[in-house]
Design a protein around this ligand. Structure first.
Ligand code: CP
Ligand code: NVA
Length: 320
């Protein structure tokens, strides 16, 4: 018999999920567990509708495939309904004040996600809303992505003591969420980035403060070879994030030595896996050969966005 989703017992301490730093290790594990059970129920074709009659608002100020699809399908599969909100219609902070939009959302929705540039906009909406707000990617952080990545590692038995993860590339939103995860869950994260593109010092300090309790470490490095040494997992992300398109030429130059390819992977453990949040640029941050060799886990990772976010919505918005 399928075990029940641990919904009634677990309450997240924050109304919102704006950054992984908002969660503690037990909450992260509860979300992963709920995601795994949602996945199992879906595979078994079992109806599970804790969002019956509930609605999710979805604000996108940047493009999205995975995030939009997985939240919309996830809300539907849980018995709820998702409404796509384009900024040309809503005009958060332009057509209407942030505070009033937050009040409006709180009257219509049982929760909302926001993908935007400025993290403080997501925080301000969350602050003025009485319903849960979920960060669906800002320039600062991408918590839902790393929850899916952690579920993907857990499924393979890799989320275990001694885990060593190497992140090769830009120390922005995806790397930041990985750093917080390392601090909370107690694993080692080595991040190799070119000069000027490293993790923020404050992020490293916060992750290391958590790591002092959990045994986790964040090692900001320059050399990709050093970062991947003995790694179980190698993670990369685009060199030019959404909104940085005008910096593309200088970024291509800065990141030229930071491609995850077969030569670099030889320095990791022989059984090391590669994760990529997607979309991927073959010949950019990852070679075509390495991408194809690891495409199965990379698309498991993409699929797990759906399951882990269903777990998250169950815990944050589900009927109790
Ligand atoms: N990984 C991710 O967030 O993908 P999208 O930008 O397609 O949503
Ligand atoms: N760092 C990337 C992640 C895309 C999912 C970006 O912000 O565009």
């Amino acid at each position: 018999m399928t075990p029940p989703i641990p919904q009634p017992e677990v309450r997240l301490s924050h109304k919102d999920l704006l950054t992984l730093a908002d969660l503690d290790a037990a909450e992260i594990h509860a979300i992963l567990e709920a995601g795994a059970l949602c996945k199992l129920r879906h595979r078994e074709g079992k109806l599970f509708v804790p969002l019956l009659g509930k609605s999710l608002g979805m604000v996108f100020h940047k493009p999205s495939a995975r995030t939009r699809i997985s939240f919309e399908l996830g809300a539907f599969q849980l018995g709820g309904h998702a409404v796509l909100l384009k900024d040309e219609d809503i005009g958060i902070g332009t057509r209407e004040s942030v505070e009033d939009v937050a009040r409006l959302f709180s009257r219509y929705f049982d929760g909302f996600i926001i993908r935007t540039f400025d993290h403080t906009l997501a925080c301000r909406l969350a602050e003025h809303a009485t319903v849960p707000a979920i960060n669906a990617l800002t320039d600062y952080e991408h918590p839902c992505q790393i929850l899916a990545d952690l579920l993907t590692l857990k499924e393979r038995g890799l989320l275990a003591p001694g885990l060593r993860v190497a992140f090769i590339g830009d120390g922005n939103n995806v790397a930041t969420a990985w750093a917080f995860a390392a601090g909370k869950l107690g694993f080692t994260l080595a991040v190799a980035s070119p000069q000027g593109y490293a993790l923020h010092d404050a992020v490293v300090a916060e992750a290391m403060a958590d790591g002092a309790r959990s045994g986790g470490r964040v090692l900001p490095l320059r050399d990709p070879g050093e970062a991947v040494r003995d790694a179980d997992v190698v993670v990369t992300d685009v060199w030019t994030s959404m909104g940085q398109e005008q910096e593309r030429t200088e970024r291509l130059e800065a990141f030229a030595r930071y491609q995850v390819g077969e030569a670099l992977m030889k320095r990791a453990k022989p059984e090391a896996v590669v994760l990529h949040c997607l979309p991927a640029h073959r010949g950019g941050e990852i070679s075509a050969e390495t991408f194809e060799r690891h495409q199965r886990i990379i698309f498991d990772e993409a699929e797990n966005r759906l399951h882990v976010q269903k777990g998250l919505m169950t815990l944050m918005m589900g009927r109790r």
